[in-house]
Structure formats: C-alpha cells, structure tokens
Design a binder for this molecule. Structure first.
Ligand code: PLP
Length: 368
C-alpha cells in the first residue's frame, strides 16, 4: 500500500468562490495566487481561473515568471514590488505590474523605456505601517510621475491593517484620508486614478468599501479570514482537503503514554489510531491535545505530540473505526480554520505549509 496521505484540490470550488468574490466586489477582480496559491498549486489554480479572473497577484517576480512560463497572459500584479533595479527589465519584458512603494523603486523607473509603465500601481499606507507612501505624499508624487514620465493611469492600492473584515469602524479614518487624496488628484489634468482596496476580509466584511480592482486571496480557497471566531459570512466552499487513512492501531494500557515526550498518558485502556501525516506534511506540530481529526464520520481527538511523519488519535469510543478508516485532517467537513485555532495559528499558515503529500485535482480542469 502506498502512503495514503494526499492533498485534493477542488478546482470547481475554487471557481465557485471566485465567482462569489466577483459578485460581492463587482468591477475587476485579481486572484491572489502568491505562495503557491496559499499551498493550492499556483499554476493549476491560475489555469482554472484564467477565463474568470481579470488578472493575478503574486508576491515575487519568480512567482510571476512561473505563471508566464505556464502561458498565463493575464495582468499580473507584484504585490511586494521589485526588490532590486535589475528586476525592472524582466518586469517590462514580461508585461508585469509591480506595485511601487518606496522612493527608491520609483528612481529605478528612470531606466525603463518611456511608456513602459504609463499605468502605475502605487501603494498607499493606510495604517499598517508596513509598506507604502503616506496618503499626503501621493498628490506631489503623482504630479511628478505624470510630468516626468507621462504616467496617465495611476492605481492607488492599499492593504488594510484590519484585514479580516471584522472592524468596519477602524476604516473610517483611513478611508477618509484616501478620499481626500483622491479628491486632490482630480486636479491633475490627464491623469486617471483607480483604486485597489479590498482583500477577502474587506470583500466579506466591509461592503461600503470597494474599488476598481479587488484582491481576494484566502476566500478563494474557501476560508473566511474571520473563522472560526465567526461563522462563514458567505457560502464559501473549501478547496483543499488533506486526507489519509488509519495505518496502525495501538493498544495503550492505563498509565502508558503515546508519542514523543509522553505528552498524553492513558487514563483508561486506549485504542490509538496512527495516521501517517506529520509536521513534514504540513500538519502543525503545535496542534494541542484534543484537536479534532475526522475519522470516518466521527471527530476524534488528537493524542500525543504530532511527529514528523505521523500523529495519533483516540479511537477508544469508536470500535467501528480501525485499520484503513478514512481520515480528513482538514477539508470540506473539518474546517482548516478550526484546526489552525487548536494550533494557535491561522488558516493562512496551515494552507501555505502543506508539502510532500501527492496532489490530486477535482473539477474544472482535470490536471492529473
Ligand atoms: C497586498 C495584499 N493584497 C491582498 C492580499 C490577499 O489577502 P487575503 O488572503 O486576506 O484575501 C494580501 C495577502 O497577504 C496582500 O498582502
């Protein structure tokens, strides 16, 4: 028997979630497929969305080149911009859209052929204090870019600090400042200004905030960024399933322990099921005792420390479960956000960390 741990990516669910984002956001929507599409395989996801999305967003030039190498011709926005001047030529050659967020990056533009970036994306810092220009710097910057480089389209992009969409009131001040900036840009002749404001949280939780280009990531993969604290705000469909089977059963007498460091000690005769999935597959080592694991139709508790290649679950109360029983570590019936919560992290991290398990696809494009 081959190791039964596998990743299934449902491309129909991905398309469903994208269409939902499109309906909620309106205008144009980029699919954020950085970090290997949050662990969901960037090329396959981008191909499945190619005739729906208005473009893609990634973090690095390498990620963009991967998509171009797979013949994806849509606009690609580089969310973190260029890391060095030498990347500019490649960005021009591959028709990529870097986001400019430092004065130094704008200086690099001098080496680009005139007209190469007549449409420019600029990042505005609305409170994250991570990347971007302050709103009050934008009018002067825009005037200079329009005069010196003939820029005629400017897209102001921001990423809200309250990114899970749960604090609409926290947006009052940044949105006010952004509107003031947009007002003052109206005075610049010949300059068309667009905006890109909404990630998943904003699309789901801030309906009063919209823009010309939405940038959903997590929700495309079927996860609400506010979960599990909040129930899903829209009918999202999980795209990733991490599954396995019970491959060994261990009878543990009272007083004996399970796994490294004797983290779990049996208080009764215990039937431990072994699942061949560990932190080398991306299952979090920090998952606490009792983290739910779906075996067959039943949620059973994780026991003992997660090791590199396997973990243990308590099957004592479920004699019908045993060798070969199907296991869902997370997916359609056990939300990844719930497992993440039990591991004191967020779904984003778990999804991005999956590796080693073979990938199977369902739906839209049969890519196997
Ligand atoms: C600039 C930017 N836009 C959009 C996204 C997508 O965010 P989410 O996955 O929360 O939708 C991210 C994610 O980190 C981001 O950094």
């Amino acid at each position: 028997m081959t190791r039964p741990t596998a990743l299934t990516i449902d491309l129909d669910h991905l398309r469903h979630n994208f269409k939902l984002a499109q309906i909620l956001h309106g205008e144009r929507v980029l699919a954020v497929v950085k970090a290997n599409a949050y662990g969901h395989q960037a090329i396959s996801c981008a191909r499945a969305l190619d005739n729906l999305a208005d473009g893609f967003a990634v973090a690095t030039l390498e990620e963009a080149l991967q998509l171009r190498g797979a013949c994806l011709r849509q606009p690609i926005v580089l969310l973190e911009g260029l890391f060095e001047a030498a990347e500019l030529a490649e960005a021009v050659a591959q028709d990529l859209t870097p986001v400019f967020h430092t004065p130094q990056q704008l200086e690099w533009l001098a080496s680009a052929p005139q007209g190469a970036f007549d449409s420019l994306w600029i990042k505005v810092d609305t409170g994250m204090h991570r990347l971007g220009f302050a709103p009050q710097e934008i009018p002067q910057l825009a005037e200079r870019l329009s005069r010196q480089r003939g820029i005629c389209h400017l897209t102001l992009m921001t990423h809200f600090a309250h990114a899970d969409g749960q604090q609409p009131q926290a947006l009052d001040e940044p949105m006010q400042r952004l509107h003031q900036t947009l007002q003052s840009l109206r005075a610049l002749p010949g300059l068309q200004v667009h905006t890109s404001l909404c990630n998943s949280g904003a699309i789901l939780g801030y309906p009063a905030v919209r823009g010309d280009w939405g940038r959903p990531g997590l929700m495309l993969y079927g996860v609400d960024p506010a979960a599990p604290t909040m129930a899903n705000r829209q009918p999202l469909q999980p795209v990733m399933r991490l599954t396995s089977r019970i491959t060994a059963i261990n009878r543990v007498p009272p007083g004996a322990s399970v796994g490294y460091g004797a983290l779990f000690t049996a208080t009764r005769p215990t039937r431990a099921g072994i699942v061949p999935c560990g932190y080398a597959d991306g299952y979090p080592r920090s998952a606490q005792q009792g983290t739910p694991v779906l075996v067959g139709e039943v949620r059973v508790p994780l026991i003992g420390r997660v090791s590199m290649d396997m973990l243990s679950v308590d099957l004592t109360d479920h004699p019908q479960l045993g060798l070969g029983s199907p296991v869902e570590l997370w997916g359609t019936r056990l939300p990844v956000a719930e497992v993440a919560h039990c591991a004191q992290t967020i779904a984003y991290e778990l999804l991005c960390h999956v590796r080693r398990a073979p990938v199977h696809y369902r739906g839209a494009h049969d890519l196997e």
